[in-house]
Ligand binder design. Structure first.
Ligand code: SF4
Ligand code: SF4
Length: 66
């Protein structure tokens, strides 16, 4: 058996996101950035600290693990 890292996807619900940028400022590995007035997430940078989930005031961030 080989150990593999989780295949993790960070999703931002753009209908809920208010562009407060808390996630951009908080994430230790800079997953989130503001591009053309939208939050985009680079899931490959995520270290699964899960801090962004309770941080987002509008509940717009979801983490999917497969
Ligand atoms: S913390 Fe939530 S509402 Fe604020 S910019 Fe990030 S995804 Fe949007
Ligand atoms: S779980 Fe942690 S590392 Fe991953 S996007 Fe959220 S704040 Fe960043």
């Amino acid at each position: 058996m080989t150990l593999t890292t989780n295949n993790i996807r960070i999703k931002v619900d753009l209908n809920k996101c208010t562009l407060c940028k808390k996630c951009v400022m908080y994430c230790p590995t800079y997953v989130f950035s503001l591009v053309k007035n939208k939050i985009v997430a680079d899931s490959s940078r995520c270290i699964e600290c899960y801090g962004c989930i309770p941080l987002c005031p509008s509940g717009a961030i979801k983490i999917e693990i497969s």
